[in-house]
Design a protein around this ligand. Structure first.
Ligand SMILES: Nc1ncnc2c1ncn2[C@@H]1O[C@H](COP(=O)(O)OP(=O)(O)OP(=O)(O)O)[C@@H](O)[C@H]1O
Length: 334
């Protein structure tokens, strides 16, 4: 049984054709496909490019697709499902079932492999989404970087800049983050950072990448960086707890999947989150994703087809899946 899984996000769109054993037949990673942040024409063009490319890699398998599961950013927030359905229908075989959902479903199933649970996404932004056995979605946080998105890459980046300026003034402890920012922005003094932050691209794209310094310097035992990470964990936990309460899970054991760039070093976050869960007496466990989000879309598609998922799925899928870095090397002939 062949499923096309699409994971459409604010930065990249990943599409994969796979079967219930985790064998991959076509794969592609392109730029963003968030209908809330692009014109209808731009969005339709991305979908067209994705489907034509995926088809050209393996036309025979493409023609036999049982299902296309598209988990896309922005779905559920506006009236985009119709537009997406229409765009997909144009290029897919007529017998292929089309299912559309929010990309949080992909992220959750990349860890739980189809079971209910909560996914805490922390990339450039941060949002908590719970999905129960009835496939109902519960959302907390993630209302935008200006006043929300606590625990996101942007939020950590703001924490880094604040710590550096406070240390400069003597309002805060000296921190190794200062040298990291001076070298990142290639400036000679802390005040020179201001022009770099205000003078260029969108502040999100300048500030969010600084989150990596909070993580790295926390691992290097810098006190200020550790405080930034601790605060992020506390904020993220408040959102997880609120989502858990909305889902009315009570004492039922619940998995929380940590997904997104901020959690690349998940082991820094997990013990802190576990401690907070223990204090709150919540029966939740935190886990890293087992497969990429596009694999989560394949799982969701297989579940809707009531196809059994093989015990070798995760291993085979991970062996055959190429990261965006590997895909780039293939395109460059490396
Ligand atoms: N090693 C790292 N340590 C800490 N933060 C990181 C690291 N790598 C990436 N990030 C953060 O994650 C962000 C990228 O996240 P991700 O790739 O999950 O998706 P995104 O599409 O940009 O975000 P979103 O899900 O909010 O749309 C970066 O902007 C940065 O803030």
């Amino acid at each position: 049984m062949y499923v096309l899984g699409i994971d459409g996000g604010g930065t990249t769109t990943s599409a994969v054709i796979a079967d219930e054993n985790g064998n991959i037949y076509s794969q592609l990673i392109v730029g963003r496909s968030n209908p809330t942040a692009m014109t209808k024409q731009e969005f339709e063009k991305v979908i067209q490019d994705v489907l034509l490319n995926i088809q050209s890699q393996n036309p025979n398998v493409f023609n036999e697709l049982s299902c296309c599961y598209a988990g896309m950013a922005g779905v559920g927030e506006g009236n985009y499902e119709g537009m997406l359905q229409h765009a997909l229908q144009r290029y897919l075989p007529s017998k292929t079932e089309i299912l559309i959902a929010n990309d949080a479903v992909n992220a959750l199933y990349s860890g739980t492999l189809g079971s209910e649970g909560i996914v805490q996404i922390a990339g450039t932004g941060a949002i908590t989404v719970g999905i129960n056995e009835q496939h109902e979605l519960f959302r907390t946080a993630g209302w935008g970087y200006i006043f929300d998105d606590e625990g996101s890459g942007y939020d950590l980046g703001i924490g880094v800049i604040k710590a550096v300026f406070k240390a400069f003034d003597g309002r805060g402890l000296a921190t190794s983050l200062t040298n990291r920012l001076i070298s990142h922005f290639n400036v000679s003094s802390v005040p020179d950072i201001i022009e770099k932050v205000y003078g260029g691209e969108h502040p999100r794209s300048i500030i969010a990448p600084l989150s990596v310094y909070a993580v790295e310097e926390a691992l290097n035992n810098d006190v200020m960086a550790q405080l930034i990470i601790q605060k992020a964990c506390e904020d993220l936990f408040i959102s997880i707890k609120a989502c858990h309460s909305k889902m009315k899970l009570k004492d039922k054991e619940t998995m929380v999947v940590l997904s997104g760039g901020v959690f690349l070093e998940a082991d820094l976050f997990i013990p802190k989150l576990e401690k907070l869960a223990k204090i709150s007496q919540l029966n939740i466990s935190f886990m890293k994703p087992l497969i990429p989000p596009a694999g989560g879309a394949i799982i969701a598609g297989l579940i809707s087809l009531k196809a059994p998922i093989s015990s070798v799925f995760v291993r085979k899928f991970n062996e055959q899946y190429k990261s965006s870095h590997q895909m780039k090397k293939v395109r460059q002939g490396g």
